[in-house]
Structures are given as C-alpha cells and as structure tokens.
Design a protein around this ligand. Structure first.
Ligand SMILES: Cc1ncc(COP(=O)(O)O)c(C=O)c1O
Length: 428
C-alpha cells in the first residue's frame, strides 16, 4: 500500500489463529448481558419493546446542548478540551458537593455509575469474595462482580425489629429466613475458606429491575447488618431523583456515611450519552478509587463535565427534571392502568413510586425465558426476570420498562403481551 493510494488493506485476509490461549483467567467469568443481546438481534423500533432501560429521548435537553457547549467554551476555553483531574473537574465536584451537602473531598466524578460499580468491585473484591445483594440484582452489577470473580449472596430483609440470626464475616452456613440466603458458592458447591464479605450492594430507590423502594426500616436494617459485619455498603442510586409519588427517604449514605459509597448518575437526569456519574464516600476509600481510575480512563470526559456543571448550576437541570418527572409519571400510570385492564388472572406486578421499571410475577407454570421467542414473534419484548438472579431462578417473572416505548405503542404492546401470556396459561 503506497501513501496517497486509496487502496486499503483487506482486514479479513489472514490465516486463522487460536485466540483462546491469549485470554486472561478472568475472561470465563465475564457475563454477557442478555439485555444487550436482545438489542443486537432485534430491531426494537419495529416492535413494542418493554425490554431496554433507556430514558425517553424527549427528556433530553437537546435544544440546550449547543448553548451549553458554547457557554463552556466561552468560559473555560481550551481547558474544556484538555485532560482534566482524575477526581473530576473541581467545578463539577463542587456543584455535586453543594447539591448533596458533602465536602468536595468526598466527591469523585466517574465515567457513569456503571464505572462506579466496576471501580468499587475492582478496588474491593478479590476472587472468591462475597457481595451481599438483594435479589433480583441489577445485571450490570452482576457483570462487574462476576468479572472480578466475586460471588453474590442474597441478603433477605426481615421485619424491622426481629433479632434474626446474623451471618459471620467469614463463610458459614447460610442463615434461614433473614440475613444471608443461599449463595452462588453454595449453589455450585464451591466454598472458599478465605472468602470474605466486602460489601452490601443495594439500590434503595426504585430498584432496577423491580421498581421497589426500601422502607426506612429496611434501610436501617441494611446499615445494622453492615455495621455488625463491619463491611462497606455500595448504594447504587441512579433513579433517586425520579420520584413520581410518595415521600423521599434518607439515603443509606445519610444513615451510615462512614461506610457507604453512594453512586449517582447524570444518565437519567441529563442524558446517558454524556457518560457521567459520581461517587460520594469517605476520603480514604475515594483515594484508592482515584488511583484505580488513573489506569481506567485518566479522567472523566472534561467537556462533558463542564457542560453537566453548567446545566446543573444554572438551574436548568432542576427545571428539566420537573418535565422529566411529569413525563414518566404519565407513562407509569398508563402502564399500570393497561396491566390492570389486560393482564390475565394470577398475574401481579409492582407499583413503583419512581424510576423506569416495574416487575411482573406470573403463575409458576409460566417460563418467561422459554416464552421469549414467541413474544418476539408476536411483536413484543420484555426482559426475563431470571436474568437478574445469579442462579437463573424465578423464571416466572419479567421486567417491563415504561420510559422508552412510544406512548402510542404502550397499549398495543401490553395487549400483545397479555395475549401471549393468556395463551401460554391455557396451554398448561
Ligand atoms: C441500577 C443501575 N445502576 C447503574 C446503571 C448504569 O447507569 P450509567 O452508567 O448510565 O450511569 C444503571 C443503568 O441502567 C442502573 O439501572
């Protein structure tokens, strides 16, 4: 190939090699997201999809973005296009600190909250370690925990004041009822004597996938358990500001600031394309996260941070949030009404006070994984609930997203889904 010649090398023209031997010992633990597989295989625009977790594009402040970019370039000049501090640009850290009433030293900006989960996993987890989590678990978190070869063990919350058995910090027999449930390790018979529990992973507000919110007593119970075991809490909180009904409760970080890493995100309150989030936590923990992040991405995207900062400090974020909340409340209410109208008997679902999802439980005889192709052929998509369980259980459940689908497709979609389910039930 000569310079100036338009001839390009043929990419596929090489002898095949055995690539398997190059992969690290971590690679077999990587978990492929079934949700992203759905996106790859199906044109979700062509069907009625309740599968993804995308925000509605109408909530993005699209018309304000050019003005934000211009204002940032005017204010910060080339600084906005330069590498920035690994902790995040000082202006955005200060804006987050002011919004949540914490010192700037307790704020680390992340390249989205998925990175927050991953960086916490990387900094705290050794192979064989245990993460306590409420099942079902957000898939992206399961992917990170698995990637570092940690295991997820269920933490079951009980009545607020019961003095139920508590697990030991080291591996021991699973507690009956509350506290620790059955672990992946126990499920596959692989105990590791040196395993230790490092943190509880929890989504207290409008959980993905269930849409549920923890009560104050449940929050306190998480804190009691973490203090008893002397472990950390990773509080994943990308939906907290999307509340459509009910009263806000204290964050877990507010209840246990000494041991909580609170993960926030701009994805659902600005736009996910900016890939920006933050971690609020104790300085000594953030210090290690800071070092770890140096090798991940050197710094979060600088122009994006300045734009997010401008959006936040000008008051535009809060103004936009009012519209976003009104939009999603309407969609949630629409979906709840349609489920009521069309779903077959024996089906129940959660009534979320916020967030983007609700969770449907079907009669035991239905297997939503087995039914999935039929639903797709009928023109409707969902995410099978078992994908959110480390042991692939609860096959009679599904997650439905109400934020992304066009409103005009909501009723036809729920009708289709109800028809597929009713048919499956009569065939049993
Ligand atoms: C519970 C939860 N945590 C984290 C994320 C990651 O969001 P992001 O990386 O866009 O901030 C998501 C995305 O849907 C989520 O549902």
């Amino acid at each position: 190939m000569s310079i100036g010649n338009t001839t390009r090398p043929k990419i596929a023209n090489f002898a095949p090699m055995d690539y398997e031997r190059f992969f690290s010992a971590d690679v077999p633990s990587f978990l492929r997201s079934p949700v992203r597989e759905i996106f790859r295989k199906v044109d979700l625009q062509a069907i009625c999809s309740f599968a993804g977790g995308y925000p509605a594009a109408v909530t993005f402040p699209t018309d304000q973005v050019p003005g934000l970019a211009a204002a940032v370039l005017e204010k910060y000049g080339t600084r906005a296009l330069q590498y920035g501090a690994t902790q995040g640009v000082p202006e955005l850290r200060a804006a987050i600190a002011a919004r949540y009433g914490v010192p700037v030293s307790q704020v680390q900006i992340t390249t989205s909250s998925q990175q927050g989960i991953d960086v916490c996993s990387r900094v705290f987890l050794d192979p064989g370690d245990i993460v306590l989590a409420q099942s079902p678990v957000y898939l992206g978190a399961l992917q990170s925990f698995r990637a570092y070869r940690a295991r997820v063990e269920e933490v079951a919350l009980c009545s607020p004041t019961s003095g139920h058995p508590r697990p030991d910090k080291r591996e021991g027999p699973a507690a009956e009822g509350c506290g620790r449930g059955r672990s992946e390790a126990e499920a596959v018979g692989e105990h590791n004597a040196t395993s230790s529990i490092k943190f509880i992973y929890v989504i207290p507000d409008f959980n993905n996938p269930t849409g549920k919110t923890l009560t104050l007593e449940e929050r306190k119970e998480i804190v009691r358990l973490a203090r008893e075991l002397d472990i950390l809490i990773v509080e994943d909180s990308p939906y907290r500001e999307l509340r459509y009904s009910g009263e806000p409760l204290p964050t877990i970080r507010e209840l246990a600031p000494e041991r909580t890493l609170h993960l926030g995100s701009f994805s659902k309150i600005f736009a996910p394309g900016f890939r920006l989030g933050w971690i609020i936590g104790p300085e000594p923990l953030l210090e290690q996260i800071y070092v770890c992040k140096q090798c991940l991405d050197l710094c979060p995207p600088v122009l994006d941070q300045y734009m997010a900062c401008e959006f936040l400090t000008s008051g535009a974020l809060d103004a936009n949030l009012v519209n976003t909340i009104a939009e999603y409340k309407r969609r949630r209410d629409l979906m709840l009404g349609l489920l009521e109208k069309y779903m077959p008997a024996g089906t129940s679902w959660t009534h979320p006070d916020g967030g983007l999802f609700l969770w449907v439980t079907l009669p035991e005889s239905i297997d939503t994984v087995a039914l999935y192709d039929e639903a797709l052929a009928a023109g409707v998509a969902y995410v099978a609930g078992s994908f959110f369980y480390p042991d692939d259980s609860h096959r009679n459940t599904m997650r439905l997203n109400f934020s992304f689908i066009e409103e005009s497709k909501m009723e036809p979609g729920i009708k289709l889904l109800a028809t597929v389910l009713a048919k499956a039930l009569t065939n049993k």
